[in-house]
Design a protein around this ligand. Structure first.
Ligand SMILES: Nc1ncnc2c1ncn2[C@@H]1O[C@H](COP(=O)(O)OP(=O)(O)OP(=O)(O)O)[C@@H](O)[C@H]1O
Ligand SMILES: [Mg+2]
Length: 305
């Protein structure tokens, strides 16, 4: 029997997923120098959360479980290297989990890769384009690949570029002459061409100016409200997460350390003379500071139940 997505199921069920990467050993002279220079008991450096990463690899995602309901905008926050992109790649069938299971609308991403691919789309900060072609040409190429007719492809491409606030004169300018922010908008526009019902956005607004960010956020909201899409978004912008997301998971060293609504997350931490912000929550739960963030003296976490 042919597998089919079931729209009445959760958009995403992630069950105890783990992903490890092999890390190549440093060259022998580096290890020799490190050993020679080591003081005390002469032990070699540890590879972080993977333990002896030089030998066993690094655990990028360690036993993550989460559910994203249909129609939600679900945010994932986490410091650099916490595993956000690795998780998104597994959800979008680009990486296979070592352990655990990922279901998209009830279908296993490994066993039913093609069916899942038809209903999802992913945008990442490192989107690839034909750099010598213009945004319009890139979108037309994508649209025809997705099976649209010439007329439909043109109409849709121009409509989406316009809605993302791209000026008409840049539709036909080569991509390699555009700013990174503008290229990022084109990447998002391309993902919207297929009207995916699950959209995976890996830092979609990184590098965009405030107005462009706003336009992208509005577009994400519109996609959810008017096209019945479910959106999973990673971001380093706490304000964006607060405004946009229904629920947020905070990832640290490959594990989820908290998951709740933005308001619920803020209730997790005690006030420290001021209203807690999502930045405060992030810093307290991950023990790391955001660049440009105010000093914040964390207090112990008070988990409400
Ligand atoms: N292809 C790979 N090979 C080896 N290690 C990898 C690979 N991809 C990711 N990693 C490691 O996995 C961990 C998680 O990386 P990942 O890119 O998922 O983090 P991230 O949360 O997306 O970070 P950022 O906020 O900087 O984008 C890091 O330690 C990273 O070095
Ligand atoms: Mg990343």
């Amino acid at each position: 029997m042919k597998a089919a997505i079931d729209r009445n199921q959760d958009a995403l069920n992630v069950r105890n997923v783990t992903k490890r990467f092999k890390v190549s050993k440093p060259p022998f002279w580096t290890r020799w120098r490190a050993q020679k220079g080591a003081t005390g008991n002469g032990s070699t450096a540890s590879g972080g959360r993977g333990g002896d990463a030089g030998m066993q690899g690094v655990v990028a995602i360690g036993g993550v479980s989460l559910d994203v309901h249909r129609g939600e905008i679900y945010g994932i926050l986490g410091p650099n290297g916490s595993g956000k992109s690795t998780l998104v790649r597994m959800l979008s069938t680009l990486l296979i989990p070592d352990e655990g299971q990922v279901l998209v609308f009830g279908l296993d991403v490994v066993r039913h890769e093609m069916e899942v691919k038809r209903v999802i789309n992913r945008v990442s900060v490192d989107a690839a384009f034909f750099k010598k072609l213009s945004p319009l040409e890139n979108l037309l190429y994508g649209a025809r690949l997705y099976g649209m007719t010439g007329g439909e492809a043109r109409r849709k491409s121009i409509d989406i570029l316009g809605r993302l606030g791209l000026e008409a004169r840049s539709y036909t300018q080569p991509m390699d002459e555009m700013s990174r922010g503008m290229q990022q908008k084109v990447a998002i526009a391309r993902a919207f061409l297929t009207q995916p019902i699950l959209l995976l956005l890996d830092e979609p607004t990184t590098g965009l100016d405030p107005r462009s960010k706003y336009e992208v956020q509005e577009f994400v909201n519109e996609l959810r409200d008017c096209h019945d899409a479910t959106i999973l978004i990673t971001t380093h912008d706490m304000g964006e997460a607060d405004r946009l997301c229904d629920r947020i998971a905070i990832l640290d060293e490959g594990r989820i350390v908290a998951e709740d609504t933005p308001a619920g997350l803020k209730r997790l931490i005690r006030r420290n003379g001021h209203e807690p912000t999502l930045e405060d929550v992030f810093m307290q739960l991950t023990g790391k500071k955001l660049s440009g963030a105010e000093e914040f003296d964390p207090e112990p976490v008070e988990v409400a139940n």
